[in-house]
Design a protein around this ligand. Structure first.
Ligand SMILES: C[S@@+](CC[C@H](N)C(=O)[O-])C[C@H]1O[C@@H](n2cnc3c(N)ncnc32)[C@H](O)[C@@H]1O
Length: 196
């Protein structure tokens, strides 16, 4: 999976990493920046996506499609498909360009809208990467867990750098009898849950 990443994907990943770093250096307001995961988190979620059972793969918070590209590697290997949600039109356009220039359109479907308006219509969810505004994590978690297959993987980013805001949701997941859960100190910290 990581040994034969297509050149077009590597090129776009590098562009997006540089754009994100430049936006941070220029002090662009937080909500306008890409706020991508670091590459090590990308590899981590791709490995977990490659280990998830068959079913529906979801991502909440596409931004410009950087994390979706990592997940697309697993989906391509397994013959599975990813649906990713993004609420902001400007970022939807960037993600659309990302998927077009990297040729992953057959693997990744991009939905423009609030993920919370869509999650109820999914079932058999076997993988979800949650990386949106922290205020919606709890609602997403509560909608998703009942819809996940046994062995399904839910990962939520920013478990450490937004620990204060996320503490109630993290405590809920860590105590939830429906999942086995752990906070992993990689990147900004991820909450990793496996449905029992
Ligand atoms: C941290 S960024 C995602 C970064 C991306 N996962 C990556 O690593 O490349 C969070 C994104 O979630 C989007 N977002 C926030 N709330 C959302 C919602 N309710 N539904 C869909 N997208 C949302 C934001 O517009 C933003 O682009």
């Amino acid at each position: 999976m990581f040994h034969d990443i297509p050149r077009a994907i590597l090129k776009r990943m590098k562009q997006l990493e540089e754009l994100d770093a430049q936006d941070r250096a220029d002090g662009i307001p937080r909500l306008e920046r890409l706020r991508q995961i670091p590459a090590e988190t990308g590899k981590f979620i791709a490995l977990l996506a490659a280990s998830a059972p068959p079913g529906q793969y979801l991502e909440i918070g596409s931004s410009a499609g950087y994390s979706s590209l990592w997940l697309s590697l697993a989906c391509r290997d397994l013959g599975r498909k990813l649906t990713t949600f993004e609420i902001l039109a400007a970022k939807v356009e960037l993600a659309r360009q990302t998927f077009e220039m990297t040729g992953v359109g057959d693997v990744v479907s991009l939905i423009h809208g609030d993920a919370l308006d869509h999650l109820l219509s999914y079932s058999n969810v076997s993988f979800c990467f949650l990386d949106a505004e922290k205020e919606i994590y709890k609602d997403c978690y509560e909608l998703l867990i009942p819809k996940m297959v046994s062995g399904g993987i839910l990962i939520a980013d920013n478990a450490l750098n937004f620990e204060k805001i996320l503490r109630p949701m993290l405590n809920q997941a860590l105590a939830d009898q429906r999942v086995d859960a752990l906070v992993v100190p990689i990147g900004q910290g991820v909450l990793l849950c496996r449905k029992r």
